[in-house]
Design a protein around this ligand. Structure first.
Ligand SMILES: [Zn+2]
Ligand SMILES: [Zn+2]
Length: 231
């Protein structure tokens, strides 16, 4: 079946995202836009994922457990998992630097419940690289039953190709920004699954129902099967 998706959306937990990027606002916008599946993929943190998961039935939108991992080389990976337990297990294995956030400079990092109440602020600065290198990420996430997708590989900032000059491994799936040109897509999308996400930090940029995947069903598990499956 066709699953319209946007698998790269930052909630108000990410300091660079708007504070109205709450679980209900994001899922409401996704539903209005006709999306079937989203992921709240905050920088180096998963603390709002459970709130999104509690709301998926209310909005009729599947939520894929995820976060955006920043490696030691400042490369971004979208890490997607079939369920929250596997996401949490992997996340707890990653070592993050404990540098306090200066919210006046970088923005607030809000932990929000399923009623959009702010229940805490994440004190650790989330825009800091984790203690893991890009060449380690693919297998580490695979061993945890998820998939690591090099994020926005056509972009200068935090994209693997601009930092390393090329992909550093044979990835099953890559993410393009909506602005990747046809020539780039042809070269780096060859023999791989491709996803195109908005990387939204604001409500107004969440994808419309444009990009879709043909999945067995619109579930996180079927998505992981598809992305890790051979072409
Ligand atoms: Zn990124
Ligand atoms: Zn992002």
């Amino acid at each position: 079946m066709k699953c319209y998706y946007d698998l790269h959306i930052h909630s108000a937990l990410s300091p660079c995202a708007d504070n109205d990027m709450t679980p209900n606002n994001i899922l409401g916008m996704a539903a209005v836009n006709g999306l079937n599946m989203i992921a709240a993929s905050d920088h180096n943190s998963i603390k709002n994922v459970r709130s999104f998961l509690k709301l998926r039935e209310a909005y009729g939108v599947e939520v894929v457990p995820a976060f955006e991992l920043q490696t030691a080389e400042d490369i971004h990976f979208l890490c997607l998992f079939p369920d929250i337990i596997l996401l949490e297990k992997f996340y707890n294995q990653v070592s993050f630097k404990d540098i306090p956030n200066n919210k006046d400079v970088f923005g607030e990092q809000q932990i929000i419940d399923e009623n959009d109440n702010i229940i805490a602020e994440e004190p650790r600065m989330l825009l800091v690289s984790a203690d893991i290198y890009s060449y380690q990420v693919k297998d580490a996430v695979k061993n945890a039953s998820g998939i690591a997708v090099p994020a926005h590989i056509d972009r200068e900032s935090n994209g693997m190709i601009s930092i390393l000059g090329d992909l550093d491994d044979d990835y099953d799936a890559v993410e393009f920004s909506p602005y990747a040109d046809e020539a780039f897509r042809k070269i780096y999308g060859k023999n791989r699954r491709i996803i195109i996400n908005s990387d939204s930090h604001t409500l107004g940029t969440i994808s419309e129902a444009v990009n879709f995947l043909e999945l067995k069903e619109c579930t996180a598990a079927a998505l992981i099967d598809y992305l890790t499956g051979k072409l």
